[in-house]
Each structure stands twice: as C-alpha cells, then as structure tokens.
Design a protein around this ligand. Structure first.
Ligand code: PLP
Length: 301
C-alpha cells in the first residue's frame, strides 16, 4: 500500500491507512467473493463498462447479489479516482459475501462487502517492458472448469499464486498454466498470445483462459489492422517455437516475452507486438478523453 492509497468501503471513502474490514468477512475466511482490477489513465477508468459487466457476471455465477447498480459503482469509481493523488493508477473492485458466522454456508451473510481500492501498481517492471519477460510453464495446472469456471473472477487465486511462485523460484517473471489436457491456458494474471508467420494465436476460453478485457482489445485491434488471428488450442511447443509472444492484462498491459522455459524467442519485442502495443496506447489515449458514464448497451458490444 502506498501513502496515497484511497479506499471506498460500502459507500464510505477514506485513506487506505484507515480502511479495515471484519475478520469474519467470508471474503477473508473463504475467498468467497469476486473482484476486478481496473486501470485508470488521465483520471478516467479504462473499459469500466466491461469490467462492471464481468463483475456482475462473476457475482451472478456464485449467487452473490451486488448491492450497488453499475451506475452507482461508476460514480464510486469516479469519486475514488478524483480523491487519488495521481491521474494514473489501479483500482481493485471487490465484492465479498460479507460478514457471517464461521462455516462455509453463506446463507447467514446478510450484507455483501463492497470495496474499491485506488493505488499505484507496478506489476511489470520497466526492464520487463523493454527487454521482455521470462516465462516458465508451471507444473501447477489450471483448475478444471467443472471445479471452478475460469470465467468467474473469484477471490480464489491460490492456484495462480502457486504457479507464480514456481516462476519466482525459477528466476522467471511469469508462469503459464496448462489445463488438465496439457493445453496452454494463460499466465497467472495475464492472457497469452503468440505470433507465428505473421498470424496471431491465443488460447480458447474453453481451454481455461479468462476472457480478458485487454485480450479483447488486442483481438479487435488485430482485426482492424488485418493481422490474421486464430483462437485455438496451443501447447508448450507453440510457445517454444513462436516468432513472438506477449502477455496481456490490466496489470501487464502488453508485455513482450523474450524467453519461455529457457528457449529464447526469435523477436522481442517483435514487429507485430510493436504495432499492437502502439495501437493499444492509442486506444487508451482516445478512450480516456471521454467521461465514464455506465452504458449497459455499449458494454455488451
Ligand atoms: N487471466 C487472469 C487469471 C487474470 O487474473 C487476468 C487479469 O486480471 C487476466 C487474465 C487478464 O484480464 P484483463 O485483461 O481483463 O485484466
């Protein structure tokens, strides 16, 4: 937490240093809740509509009622961004099952806890952005969808944390998780793309990839730029033999990859990555000129 962190809890805005929640909150006790990570640039949240739709979908999937409308959350986001000391930063929007007695049963948790944190984020170092990230393929596998559907952005990240720890242990920056079939899903907190012979490839959501909002922006940019694209099944071989590889995410933005499991990639940053990264920066610039007002119709398109 930085000194300038701000927090909004169930309608109350306060400095991050004063924020606290109950130890009986089921978000803490059981990871029972959902969240979104959102960037803001120039004082405006990027793709807020899409994040709110995904939050509402994640909550619906775990039978959790968010006690605020998307319009109210949009206002809360505007308030916390205005209170934050800088015009660029990161928001963590969390909805937990709320306070309840010990025990998994959520039926006695009557009031969900809604938290928004605004702070600086330095998930990717400048060195990684310039020189590219080192990846490993983790031995920890992505949880199967019939255990926990990967589309639910839940507070249960232990699986991803274990993979991330493997990366640190190996001196790498990020880990790629495979699914039970050995197919590439995504990183611990980012989607993955590879480029081979000018074509962009990214894994199927059904293979276990979160439908990342940054991923969606990149796919739209590839279509605009007439870069051929395949959403399909990838194996570690496709990563090892790629011309280029990169990660996408709210935290990672677009991060080039230089090496996978000790195999250097042909180009880092490569020409296709560089085109998309420039186009991504342009999209951020263009979209954050506008004021963010929740518009459900726009969010679905
Ligand atoms: N995959 C996982 C597991 C993530 O946690 C994230 C980021 O939150 C992503 C992918 C990228 O998604 P987005 O671009 O919506 O941030």
């Amino acid at each position: 937490m930085s000194e300038s962190a701000q927090c909004w809890i169930n309608g109350r805005l306060m400095p991050g240093s004063e924020a606290s929640i109950s130890v009986f909150d089921h978000g803490l006790l059981y990871g029972d809740g959902v969240f979104e990570g959102i960037r803001f640039y120039r004082g405006r949240a990027f793709r807020l509509h899409e994040h709110l739709i995904r939050l509402m979908d994640s909550a619906a999937a775990i039978r959790l009622t968010v006690p605020y409308t998307p319009a109210e959350l949009t206002q809360a986001v505007a308030d916390i961004v205005a209170a934050f000391a800088a015009t660029e930063g990161y928001l963590r929007l969390i909805v937990t099952r709320g306070v309840g007695p010990l025990g998994l049963n959520p039926d006695n948790c009557t009031q969900p806890t809604v938290i928004i944190i605004a702070d600086h984020l330095s998930m990717i170092s400048d060195k990684q952005r310039q020189q590219g990230a080192k990846l490993i393929i983790a031995s920890t596998r992505r949880l199967p969808a019939d255990g926990l559907d990967g589309r639910i952005k839940s507070l249960n990240y232990l699986n991803n944390i274990l993979a991330r720890m493997e990366a640190s242990q190996a001196g790498a920056d990020e880990a790629i998780l495979l699914n039970q079939n050995g197919y590439v899903t995504e990183g611990s907190a980012a989607n993955v793309f590879v480029i081979r012979d000018g074509r962009l490839f990214t894994p199927y959501p059904a293979d276990g990839a979160l439908q990342g909002i940054t991923r969606r922006v990149v796919m739209a940019l590839a279509t605009d730029k007439k870069i051929p694209m395949t959403v399909g099944t990838l194996t570690p071989y496709d990563l090892y033999t790629a011309d280029e590889c990169f990660l996408t995410g709210t935290g990672a933005e677009l991060t080039p990859v230089r090496e996978v499991d000790g195999r250097p990639l042909r180009y880092c940053p490569g020409p296709v990555f560089s085109r998309l990264a420039q186009a991504f920066t342009d999209v951020i610039y263009k979209e954050t000129e506008k004021k963010c007002v929740f518009n459900a119709k726009a969010a679905k398109t």
